[in-house]
Design a protein around this ligand. Structure first.
Ligand code: F6R
Length: 251
């Protein structure tokens, strides 16, 4: 594993996906051990699945305790029912919550069936703020540079809001559905301000298809056209990527 420091960013380049998952889990458990009541910001998608497996293993071996942990997920499709097996609520239960000693009442995911979206968004923001903010926010990155579902655009949206998913995101996520027509076209997502207010950020990426965007996000200019580029302005960012995702950066 290589370690590079770039401004405020501590970058770990791992040999492969497994090592990325292990390193990610280590960064999270370090925070959990330091805090009496840890607040985690979590992501879905293919990238963090291995890290969640590692956290489950560590929890089963009594190496990490989630009993006092609260979580806030970045996003949820809209509209979607919790019980739908494509919902992010379902994903989190399947891939993490059902297998660790967390109190499910301390887990938060935007409500994909909210009738009043503005109210739901305001409540989500308020909940994050009232608890004192997120200690560590896990992020993946879209091949178009999105974080959460903050898609490329002309402005950085500060707070939780509803978005129309980018064509690229719909195409990328089609691999989780039986056809592209089934991919939801809208979602609720934490805003860029919500994400930036986390005390620490942990961004994971794996695979060659992320290598161009990783380079742009780290070395390009900060612009809402590459939402992840805003992380250049966050004071405490750890980036854990495998060699494939780092391949353009290292050229
Ligand atoms: C998921 C999320 C997204 C994903 C991104 C990468 O909650 O917020 O930003 O992190 O789309 O997805 P994968 O990991 O499937 O490549």
């Amino acid at each position: 594993m290589k370690n590079i420091k770039l401004f405020n960013m501590n970058i770990f380049i791992t040999d492969d996906y497994e090592q990325m998952s292990q390193k990610g889990a280590e960064v999270i458990t370090d925070i959990i051990k330091q805090k009496e009541r840890p607040i985690l910001g979590l992501a879905t998608g293919g990238t963090p699945v291995g890290m969640y497996k590692e956290l489950i293993r560590m929890n089963k071996e009594n190496k990490v305790d989630f009993s006092t942990t609260t979580t806030f997920n970045l996003d949820e499709y809209y509209p979607i029912d919790k019980e739908n097996n494509q919902s992010y609520y379902y994903f989190m239960k399947e891939n993490l919550f059902d297998h660790i000693n967390i109190n499910i009442e301390n887990t938060n995911i935007p409500n994909g069936m909210a009738v009043d979206i503005e109210e739901e968004s305001k409540l989500y923001e308020q909940k994050v703020r009232e608890i004192g903010g997120v200690d560590i926010q896990v992020l993946g990155i879209g091949s178009n540079g999105h974080i959460g579902f903050n898609e490329p655009g002309d402005v950085f949206e500060p707070e939780t809001h509803k978005v129309s998913l980018d064509k690229q995101t719909i195409a990328d996520n089609a691999r989780f559905f039986s056809s592209i027509e089934e991919v939801p076209t809208e979602a609720l997502t934490m805003g860029i301000g919500t994400i930036m207010s986390a005390k620490k950020i942990l961004l994971l990426a794996s695979g060659k298809n992320k290598s161009e965007i990783i380079k742009k996000m780290l070395l390009g200019k900060v612009t809402p056209h590459i939402p992840a580029s805003i992380l250049q302005f966050h004071p405490d960012v750890t980036i854990v990527i495998d060699q494939d995702a780092a391949s353009e950066l290292l050229k």
